[in-house]
Write a protein that binds this ligand. Structure first.
Ligand code: 5GP
Length: 209
């Protein structure tokens, strides 16, 4: 056997695109934050949005905060891998940013809604379709989701109802994903996500790209 036969000698590999969807209240943000903190080869796909920054959010770190006009311009220039309207605001992923990271061998994690996930799955770009791993995070039932959303306590009744309606519609889409994590304690969710990431990294097909 020559050295070239060994996986470690196969040269640089392309990154993996981890797509995470799940309703508000499923614990997505906490899970993502921990995964990004603990895994140096994981990069966050920073989305564009027309909503205003919340307290503690930084432009260029959590989101690229754009005006409606700026967002429309990016649609016209075909800059988005996907874009969708969620809760009355527009959200989108810049195609080049994601593709450059994947080409550099970085694994990318994106937090996008079910409409955006449909568009990414339909992408004709082979860098996207060859590397995509889609994961759904949900609570066991809508009662648990309601409990968690109410627990946040930061929303008025209308916003709460809107989020619940969107969440109930989103949960119905869990079967469209390759992996589904039913959210429990933070540690359990983290272990589940980490095992998906580790498993996908061990695929022979990814070691040969
Ligand atoms: P929030 O405003 O609470 O940060 O996010 C609201 C929803 O928008 C979440 O469900 C999140 O997954 C989704 N979202 C965030 N960025 C994107 C994006 O770039 N594209 C799409 N389609 N959805 C996104």
């Amino acid at each position: 056997m020559s050295a070239e036969d060994l996986p470690e000698t196969q040269g640089p590999r392309r990154g993996i695109l981890f797509l995470l969807s799940g309703p508000a209240g499923s614990g997505k943000s906490t899970l993502l934050r921990r995964a990004l903190n603990e895994d140096n080869n994981l990069a966050f796909s920073i989305s564009c949005t027309t909503r205003s920054p919340r307290e503690g959010e930084t432009d260029g770190k959590h989101y690229h905060f754009l005006s409606d006009e700026e967002f429309s311009e990016k649609i016209e220039n075909n800059e988005f891998l996907e874009h969708a309207k969620v809760h009355n605001w527009r959200y989108g992923t810049l195609a080049n940013t994601v593709i450059d990271l994947l080409d550099d061998g970085k694994d990318v994690i994106m937090d996008i809604d079910v409409q955006g996930a449909d568009q990414v799955r339909d992408s004709e770009n082979s860098v996207i379709s060859d590397t995509l791993v889609d994961i759904f995070l949900t609570t066991a039932d809508t009662a648990e989701l309601e409990k968690r959303l109410l627990g946040r306590g930061s929303e008025d009744e209308d916003t709460f109802q809107l989020r619940m309606r969107t969440a109930v519609a989103e949960i119905k889409r869990w079967r469209d994903y390759t992996y589904c994590i039913v959210s429990g304690e933070h540690d359990e969710d983290f272990r589940a996500l980490s095992s998906i990431i580790s498993t996908e990294r061990l695929r022979v097909s990814r070691m040969m790209s």
